[in-house]
Write a protein that binds this ligand. Structure first.
Ligand code: ATP
Ligand code: MG
Length: 445
């Protein structure tokens, strides 16, 4: 993309309404625009990051064997009367009437609807295990929408639902979700720690929240510092191997890590003192095993191998897709702006032309731009007629991980400059070598 033709409405001033750094930077970098409290338009660069996050979520869910579908945002109230949640949900639910006077709602989550789909089409253990998920907009009329996309009213969530014949199979689905989430967050450059959580209104036996440590997080967290060192890395995971998947969950949930809802002082004090940490975290996901809560209420049953008819075992598992943008920025920024991890960056590299209008420099930039695209990369070329300082400031603000600087002095030596946004380190190399280097860096993402 050429910046002169793009729509990147960068703000010079820091917006007064934004209380936390991710919200300020998303507004300043022209990623979102608030339309009503907790409701945002996604401007082109914000949308690009949102899509990259969605893509990673899709890839990791499908790697774990989970199947995408798409349910609507609007749901009939009657479905929620079956589970009893229409009355329980309270003011967070946006209730709507259509022209016939039928009661509808804008879905805050989809347990009822997915259970309805399941009971309409599945009745045998032979069709199990089954995990269906979607990435869809949700609405919760939050009491205090704030912090930009972190606590919106309309927000994008991945929600997945497993259906299994018995509890061991459902717990395997739970574990599969835990491992797939660990990989999902790692690919986004995040350390998200699974913490034992409280089951709350969805109700259930087993539940973990995934928290990204950040001083602006809304949850108070207590943990053993050693838990932050754990990495899934590039290891191969066989998602059908119950023991192997359970072992990974064990590895990531044995060290103490809890939110204030489940915190136990006695257990916390068993951690060696130098490793005890109290901090704050952003909840970027949650997994639940809740057994037959919805299948009992809504009559979703399956016939087992011995011919018995039993309510199907279920769980639900969510990732805060739009909240993740805020969480990533909270975890990765400096005083000049955002620093995107390579896995989610809106553009792979920025090109800064130091002497716009100089025919040799323009031609070198055009060639570099074409070469990057030829290598399958997505560059942002700042071809505006601006001072170098202003171009650098924009690149630093929007946080592309790599910048290529092209000017007459370098070109005279046959080189361009490749700068890493995080370390600030620069290196001079030929345009061909720079393209090859970037292609190699992104091959792993
Ligand atoms: P919270 O405790 O933050 O209100 P929750 O536990 O009610 O969240 P879940 O039902 O677990 O939320 O939803 C799954 C994920 O969706 C959460 O882990 C979070 O990342 C995200 N999420 C929930 N509410 C919001 C919101 N208002 N704005 C943005 N993301 C949200
Ligand atoms: Mg939650």
């Amino acid at each position: 993309m050429r910046l002169s033709r793009y729509f990147l409405p960068v703000l010079k001033e820091t917006p007064a309404e934004a209380q936390i750094v991710s919200h300020r930077l998303m507004l300043r970098a022209g990623m979102i625009k608030q339309q009503a409290a907790g409701i945002y338009s996604w401007l082109p660069m914000g949308l690009k990051v949102l899509r990259r996050i969605e893509q990673i979520v899709h890839e990791e869910q499908q790697r774990a064997g989970h199947i995408p579908l798409l349910m609507p945002t609007l749901q009939p109230a009657d479905l929620w009367r079956e589970s009893g949640r229409y009355d329980d949900y309270g003011d967070e639910m946006l209730r709507i009437k259509d022209r016939q006077g039928r009661e509808m709602l804008y879905g805050p989550t989809n347990e009822e609807m997915i259970t309805d789909i399941f009971r309409s089409h599945v009745s045998s253990y032979k069709d199990l295990p089954l995990t269906l998920y979607h990435i869809q907009w949700k609405f919760r009329d939050e009491m205090r929408p704030r912090f930009g996309v972190m606590r919106g009213r309309e927000f994008l969530m991945k929600d997945g639902y497993n259906f299994d014949v018995d509890k061991p199979a459902a717990l395997h689905a739970y574990n599969r979700h835990m491992v797939s989430y660990l990989r999902t967050y790692e690919r986004m450059g995040l350390t998200a720690i699974p913490m034992r959580a409280d089951s709350g209104p969805i109700g259930g036996d087993d539940t973990h929240e995934f928290l990204v440590l950040a001083s602006t997080g809304e949850s108070e967290v207590f943990y053993d510092s050693a838990v932050t060192e754990l990495k899934l890395g590039a290891r191969e995971v066989d998602y059908d191997d119950r023991e192997a998947v359970a072992a990974i969950c064990q590895e990531f949930t044995t060290l103490y890590a809890r939110t204030d809802e489940t915190h136990k002082t006695e257990l916390f004090e068993e951690i060696p003192e130098e490793r005890r940490r109290v901090g704050r975290g952003i909840e970027v996901g949650q997994i639940f095993y809740f057994g037959t809560k919805y299948s009992d209420a809504m009559g979703a049953t399956v016939v087992t191998a011995d011919g018995a008819r039993v309510p199907v075992e279920m769980g639900s598992h969510g990732i805060g897709v739009s909240r993740l943008l805020g969480a990533i920025i909270e975890a990765s920024h400096d005083e000049r702006g955002i620093i995107w991890p390579e896995g989610v960056t809106p553009f792979h590299a920025g090109i800064v032309n130091l002497k716009q209008g100089d025919s040799a420099t323009d031609a070198a930039c055009d060639a570099l731009y074409a070469a990057l695209k030829g290598a399958g990369l997505d560059p942002l070329y700042d071809d505006r007629d601006e001072r170098a300082g202003a171009k650098f400031a924009t690149m630093d603000l929007i946080g592309l991980p790599w910048r290529l600087t092209v000017g007459p002095r370098g070109l005279a030596k046959g080189v361009v400059e490749l700068t890493n946004r995080r370390s600030g380190e620069s290196e001079e190399l030929t345009a061909e070598a720079a393209v090859a280097r970037l292609a190699q860096i992104y091959a792993g993402h």
